[in-house]
Design a protein around this ligand. Structure first.
Ligand code: CS2
Length: 494
């Protein structure tokens, strides 16, 4: 392809005849939303919905400015700076159709690690009305088994002592809210977009725990003035590969250093509780509901848990992607059995939702051969995900005498995975988890103490003390250690 151009605002005129580009005047847009944690998911979801809104409706006060609070955000900062916030979103359909478009809703990006006061000023700016978050399940700083705020975290201790040197979202949010209150400005809404049940309530409880220690008058103000809508967010967004970058260059002559890949499906269900106004997202397909809880539980316990079931078992079997798992009938049958026999009974009936159809559609989405969602992404940070997606289901089933065998096999496989770091063919597995060392240390004791792994209280609570679970788990984990051919063990349950 001749005339290769780099993606940036000035070059849009050369690109717009090759690929769909923003038609709105980006200079006119103010940032009503400040987003913390601009990863692939945010760029495929909230920024995508916002782009659609800006394209079709008068919404110029609702642009997005990104903030990164971690060292690791430097790369996205550099790319977005260079590209004036622009990036390509590449939607990949199951039939092979590929639809790329340039998204323009992120106006700017700021790295808060180097410059906390600039990040605080941005959140405290009069035009900021919403601060939204995708900081991952592990970013909320609570103990998974007790649900309590973790005051032992060294970063939290640091920012409690030095409020002018915030490190986590709690330090940043309280500093910015304080500034607004002192300036007589309305509070912003804190909108969590992470995969946590009651994500808004959790954010609120955690922020209030932190603020109460720091400044009780401020905590009272936050309690009264700040809204924290719960939401269910959904779009599968795999890791971007070099092949995706090359595709844009070869097909469209476009150099985008970090495009985003996603599936066609997209969903956002959110409670209509905002402190200071909101975009008319309902115009572009977002569902506003009074209570999001049934939807979020359904999504976390079926989609996210289903992903983890495939991911953990798939990793030991040696499947590289989710769609490879879905090409394997044993995995498909096991997934469906888990969803039907363990996840569905604890969901009960959900008004307006046909759960059978929902599960069928999940199977289709997981099978999309073009998404190539890697098992390593799915398994990453399992220590933050499994308590929320899978262990809660297991506990609820124990309480009501329901089936636990599928989830237990996944936990036993997770132990083997954490211990060995290789699949059944001895190929090494890439494990990405902040608790990597602890998981490994606990799992390593399995041969002498079969329950060692599940005795990790912060993840499993008192599960190891439950006799029914302990017996089944012990049996399964011993079988896997003897013969890691995981499919055999899966088949035994089917
Ligand atoms: C995945 C999610 O990494 C994971 O645990 O299950 O990122 C999943 O792709 C999204 O939640 C889909 O909405």
């Amino acid at each position: 392809m001749e005339n290769i151009v780099a993606l940036n605002q000035k070059n849009l005129v050369h690109i717009s005849d090759r690929i769909s580009c923003p038609v709105y005047d980006r200079d006119e847009i103010t940032a009503g939303m400040v987003h913390i944690g601009v990863g692939g998911f945010h760029r495929a979801h909230q920024a995508f919905y916002t782009h659609k809104l800006l394209e079709n409706f008068e919404a110029s006060e609702w642009g997005i400015r990104g903030i990164g609070l971690r060292e690791g955000d430097k790369k996205i900062h550099d790319v977005l700076k260079k590209q004036d916030g622009l990036y390509a979103l590449i939607v990949k359909h199951p039939d092979g159709k590929i639809e790329p478009q340039i998204i323009g809703s992120i106006n700017d990006f700021l790295l808060g690690v180097n410059n906390p006061s600039a990040a605080i000023d941005l959140m405290a700016h009069p035009s900021t009305k919403i601060v939204s978050l995708t900081i991952t399940e592990g970013g909320y700083n609570f103990n998974s088994s007790t649900g309590e705020f973790d005051f032992e975290n060294p970063d939290i201790r640091h920012e409690l002592k030095h409020p002018d040197q915030p490190r986590t979202i709690y330090g940043f949010l309280t500093a910015a809210l304080k500034k607004r209150r002192d300036a007589g400005l309305a509070a912003f809404t804190v909108m969590s977009c992470d995969n946590i049940q009651h994500n808004g309530d959790v954010t609120r409880n955690m922020l209030l725990s932190f603020a109460k220690r720091q400044d009780s008058a401020l905590a009272n103000w936050v309690e009264k003035e700040v809204c924290f809508p719960n939401s269910m967010v959904d779009r599968i967004t795999p890791v971007t590969n070099q092949a995706d970058i090359d595709y844009l260059e070869e097909t469209f002559g476009l150099i985008d250093e970090w495009p985003v890949i996603c599936e066609p499906f997209v969903q956002w269900v959110i409670e209509d509780k905002f402190s200071n106004g909101r975009p008319k997202f309902e115009e572009v397909g977002v569902q506003f509901v009074p209570d999001v809880k049934p939807y979020e539980k359904m999504k976390l316990r079926l989609l996210n848990a289903g992903h983890s079931v495939l991911g953990i078992l798939g990793a030991i079997h040696g499947h590289q992607t989710v769609n490879a798992c879905m090409g394997d009938q044993t995995f498909v049958t096991f997934l469906r059995a888990f969803m039907d026999e363990e996840a569905t009974p604890i969901l009960g009936e959900i008004k307006g939702i046909n759960l059978k159809q929902y599960k069928d559609s999940l199977q289709e989405r997981f099978a999309n051969p073009n998404i190539k969602d890697s098992v390593s992404r799915i398994c990453s940070e399992s220590s933050a995900k499994l308590p929320k997606f899978l262990i809660s289901t297991l506990e609820e089933n124990l309480a009501q005498d329901g089936s636990i065998q599928y989830a237990t096999l996944v936990i036993a496989t997770w132990c083997y995975y954490s211990d060995k770091g290789v699949d059944k063919n001895l190929q090494s597995i890439e494990i990405i988890d902040v608790m990597d060392d602890e998981l490994h240390r606990a799992a390593k004791q399995t041969q002498t103490d079969p329950l060692a792994f599940v005795r990790q209280q912060s993840l499993f609570g008192n599960l190891a003390k439950n006799e029914r679970f302990a017996m089944l788990y012990t049996d399964m984990v011993q079988k896997i250690y003897k013969d890691p051919d995981i499919k055999k063990h899966m088949l035994e349950l089917l």
